[in-house]
Design a protein around this ligand. Structure first.
Ligand code: ADP
Ligand code: MG
Length: 261
């Protein structure tokens, strides 16, 4: 029953959050199914990061429920878990890729250690094996393995972001949260990173929630989309359908602003 495929991996119901008098999230609900990549799009300030932080148990909403289907116990309310349980999920089942790689990496320790650290968090101790796995992952994210002992501080922006992805995926998480993983990078660097993410999500059959203000990122990576405006989901649907035939005026505006030069 615990691994019942008829249950979503994540079930979000009516979550709301305000900062003082400002409403950051209003009654957001959705399900996320195994193997699905969901994009959350909307302009700056629409509540995307607040939503991502809430569903990844990083920041408690004021109201609503976030249930995660755990490996052993079926759907569990994440905000009723102990902090130790939440931390364990964050270390094992979940990954979180920050917009700014410095928030997700240890900038002064070696690239190899950045990748191996998550495995050590799961109890791996064999140095040769850790180093070999780290090297394999550097190669998988197209970082020259000769750089394994260099700190990410010496890496370019694109390399840092690829390293952050390796660090998150090395434990084969069931669910990865990403907040604007490609923004802040040059266009050609973005394209390479997007291509890498697309290949990894396909090959690992990753379940992911990707926050982006860039519809092209959603088009390339996501099966389904949520469109947010002012803290609310104004439209949701399959990516291709939603982008080809947007129904809500705000989505129409977003789509047409990309199509026009
Ligand atoms: P997005 O990620 O879509 O740009 P955010 O989720 O960061 O949007 O922000 C949603 C709204 O909540 C914005 O109006 C923002 O100013 C506000 N907000 C976000 N975080 C905080 C905070 N820590 N304190 C006060 N207001 C915040
Ligand atoms: Mg944001």
């Amino acid at each position: 029953m615990a691994s019942d495929a008829s249950l979503p991996l994540l079930q979000v119901r009516g979550i709301s959050k305000r900062y003082g008098s400002r409403v950051a999230l209003r009654e957001v609900s959705f399900d996320l199914w195994p193997g699905e990549v969901l994009a959350v799009v909307g302009e700056s300030g629409s509540g995307k990061s607040t939503l991502l932080n809430a569903i990844s148990a990083r920041d408690k909403p004021d109201a609503g429920s976030v249930q995660y289907r755990t490996q052993d116990h079926g759907l569990q309310e994440v905000f009723l878990m102990t902090q130790a349980q939440q931390r364990l999920l964050a270390r094992t089942d979940w990954g979180f890729v920050h917009q700014n790689p410095a928030d997700g990496l240890r900038m002064d320790v070696s690239a190899g250690a950045n990748v191996a650290e998550r495995l050590m968090g799961l109890g791996a101790r064999n140095y040769a094996h850790l180093r070999q796995t780290a090297a394999q992952w550097l190669d998988r994210v197209e970082i020259d393995t000769a750089r394994i002992d260099d700190a990410p501080r010496t890496f370019s922006g694109g390399m840092r972001q690829r390293l952050q992805i390796a660090r998150n995926l090395v434990t084969s998480p069931r669910l990865v949260f990403m907040d604007e993983p490609t923004s802040g990078l040059d266009v050609s660097v973005q394209a390479r990173l997007l291509d890498l993410l697309r290949r990894l999500t396909h090959s690992m059959q990753l379940c992911a929630v990707i926050v982006t203000h860039d519809l092209a990122v959603a088009r390339l990576l996501a099966h389904r989309m949520l469109v947010m405006q002012g803290g609310q989901v104004v439209e949701a649907g399959l990516t291709d359908q939603l982008l080809d035939d947007p129904q809500h005026p705000y989505t129409q505006l977003l789509v047409s602003s990309v199509l026009q030069p």
